[in-house]
Design a protein around this ligand. Structure first.
Ligand code: FES
Length: 361
């Protein structure tokens, strides 16, 4: 039997996976901790490698039912190893998308992906020394950056502080402990919230505070800080640092919990009735009215036009569409590049028409 073997290619003989939309093929599923899995993907087209920044995210289209859902996940892999990408996800009790991944996503299955995107990366905010602070699955961008720095600059000065519910819930524990042995300037600390009866733990316990940060990195005031975790956790870290006189220009954070979609903007009524505006969707051949203060995404849904969306707060870039004519007011949170705006793209979830507009959707 003749089996066609893939030919060996160097990375400079391959093309980057950097277009707006591609399909990813799952190649591995790895359990990491209770209810936490890593899904590894390769490009669906041979001869491509992944180009992204450590700490960036992708949006996956998950076929959970008749209508797919879009979910945004930080890449836990490192661009220094560009042949595959991986996301490491925790399934919450009520999660639809992540639960679908746990139950159905197996090697060989392909998903549509959008991205990579995001500004939460040491590559965008370089510093002489870093403090990575995370909780729960907020560890994923920190691991991506650590893996990347460990490959590119193994002498990087990193203090890595991670908070988990219990020792068993520490994701990537063994890999990080190995990094602490391999990298000469890598300091690692874990803070555990609770121990079960009889469980041994010699590390830090309780909640994060300034004293525990200083215990790991007494020079934390001189470090560039990256923080990721639940909102109350990040608020505590922010307040601890600010209270200690930290220069908050060197503080960067990433929320990994979905942000609530923005409410409609209240439009001032200067005497006359605020008018709904016409939105024409050219690809579907439909048109509808956008109520005052509503977004293009809301108008699309009301007209039966499908535009994929995940964060619905101008962050992930999933709802990027081409505006063919007309004016919009866009209030985004970094989910679109200036070049893309110049080309005519908008984010439908945070763009409100100023008069009639034509959208390629
Ligand atoms: S849905 Fe994320 S930017 Fe619009």
């Amino acid at each position: 039997m003749n089996i066609a073997l893939p030919s060996y290619r160097h990375v400079d003989e391959m093309r980057p996976w950097s277009d707006r939309e591609h399909r990813l093929e799952c190649v591995a599923v790895t359990p990491e901790a209770p209810d936490v899995m890593t899904f590894t993907f390769r490009p669906d087209r041979p001869g491509h490698f992944f180009r992204y920044l450590p700490g960036q995210f992708v949006t996956l289209e998950l076929p959970v039912g008749p209508e797919p859902v879009m979910r945004t996940y930080t890449l836990s892999s490192s661009p220094s190893r560009p042949y595959t990408v991986a996301v490491t996800v925790k399934a919450q009790k009520d999660s639809i998308g992540t639960r679908w991944m746990f139950d159905h996503l197996k090697p060989g299955l392909q998903l549509k992906a959008i991205g990579p995107l995001g500004d939460f990366s040491y590559a965008r905010h370089p510093g002489a020394k870093y403090l990575f602070v995370s909780a729960g699955s907020g560890i994923t961008p920190m691991v991506s950056m650590t893996r990347d720095l460990s490959d590119r600059q193994p002498d990087s000065d990193i203090a890595f502080l991670h908070c988990a519910r219990s020792p068993d819930d520490i994701i990537f524990r063994w890999e990080l402990e190995a990094k602490a042995r391999e990298m000469p300037n890598f300091t690692l600390g874990f803070i555990i919230e609770q121990l079960s009866h009889g469980q041994l733990w010699s590390g830090l316990k309780g909640r994060i505070d300034k004293a525990k940060i200083a215990l790991l990195a007494s020079d934390f005031l001189e470090r560039t800080v990256f923080c990721c975790g639940p909102a109350p956790f990040m608020a505590t870290v922010r307040e601890s640092l600010a209270g200690a006189g930290f220069d908050m220009a060197n503080y960067h954070e990433e929320a990994f919990q979905p942000v609530a979609p923005p409410p409609p903007v209240v439009v001032a009524d200067h005497g006359g009735e605020a008018q709904a505006t016409k939105v024409i969707f050219t690809m579907s051949g439909k048109e509808g009215l956008c109520e005052p203060g509503h977004t293009i995404l809301q108008a699309a849904r009301a007209s039966g036009v499908r535009i994929g969306a995940a964060c619905e707060s101008g962050l992930c870039g999933t709802c990027k569409v081409m505006k063919l004519s007309g004016e919009v007011e866009m209030d985004h949170n970094g989910g679109i590049l200036d070049d893309e705006i110049d080309e005519g793209y908008i984010l439908a979830c945070c763009s409100r028409p100023r008069g009639e507009v034509e959208i390629e959707a």
